[in-house]
Design a binder for this molecule. Structure first.
Ligand code: GUN
Length: 283
């Protein structure tokens, strides 16, 4: 069997075209969606991610503003800046790029962002709303994964989903979103004894660990759907996921590539959340 490649890039392109039309409609009604990103320091990966977010915003007509602050910025200064944007009516989404320098408490910062502008979906209020199936800003990577699975007409109800990784940004919330879709969800992590035992039972395998090639064909059930969230840079400079793609493609029925898989959808969902937030200005 050779798996079908589930392209996040293609779906992201389609979704951005739809978002562009929605932004045009909003602008015609006097609402110009605006996203503010705050970056503290000069982490190269963060700078690269932000470029992608800026490009997606510009493509869809969303106003994009970046505050690039020095590494020495204090927590108090950052909190004040967030509070300033919380109050500004023309700002629909606020995102503080992570990781933050060690002297700034990430929890304090996330909890300062107004839940109504938390387009990352990281605020505990949004996490709680998501968990209980209420309307919430959904975290972008998990929401993008669910959209990709649905766009490919893959049934989730009653399916066994195995999530490898338990980060607050991806692993934990993607399992919860898929539970909300009536899947049976198993979480695996660094302390899981026999990883293969669980992964090889998965109808849908989601891997979000950040270790190149940690999932090989032996971990995958014949015909499984494999979603690779990993982004790892090899010494050669090549970008790869957490799944050994060349062998997994012969075992899975559907697989996401890296690059061009989950990544473009993550960014698109951020724009989507900003547009959802902007629409609330009309109600
Ligand atoms: N750093 C890596 N991924 C993310 C993300 O999705 N949001 C924020 N704010 N920071 C990140």
């Amino acid at each position: 069997m050779t798996a079908t490649i589930l392209s996040g890039k293609e779906l992201a392109t389609k979704k951005r075209e739809q978002l562009k039309l929605e932004v045009e409609r909003l602008k015609a009604e006097g609402v110009s969606p605006k996203l503010v990103i705050i970056l503290v320091g000069n982490d190269p990966a963060s700078i690269s991610y932000i470029k992608g977010k800026q490009k997606a915003s510009e493509e869809t007509g969303v106003d994009f503003h970046l505050d690039h602050l020095p590494e020495s910025t204090s927590e108090e200064e950052l909190v004040k800046l967030i509070e300033h944007y919380n109050e500004k009516e023309d700002v629909d989404g606020i995102l503080v790029q992570l990781p933050l320098p060690d002297h700034i408490n990430e929890k304090t910062v996330i909890e300062t962002i107004s839940p109504e502008k938390d387009v990352d979906g990281f605020h505990p209020i949004n996490v709680g709303r998501m968990l209980t199936g209420q309307e919430a800003f959904l975290p972008c990577t998990p929401a993008g994964i669910v959209e990709m699975i649905k766009a490919a007409d893959i049934e989730l109800a009653g399916k066994h989903v195995v999530v490898v990784g338990r980060s607050n940004i991806v692993g934990k919330p993607v399992g919860q979103l898929l539970l909300n879709e009536n899947a049976t969800v198993t979480y695996c992590h660094s302390k899981t004894g026999d990883l293969k035992k669980f992964t090889s039972e998965a109808d849908v395998l989601i891997v979000a660990v950040g270790r190149a090639n940690m999932i090989t064909s032996e971990h995958i059930k014949d015909g499984a759907v494999v979603i690779d969230v990993g982004v790892n840079r090899l010494e050669t400079g090549k970008l790869v996921g957490d799944v050994a793609f060349d062998e997994a493609i012969n075992k899975a029925s559907v697989i996401t590539p890296v690059p061009g898989g989950v990544g473009p959808m993550t960014i698109t969902m951020l724009v989507s959340n900003t547009v959802i937030s902007a629409k609330k200005r009309l109600s």
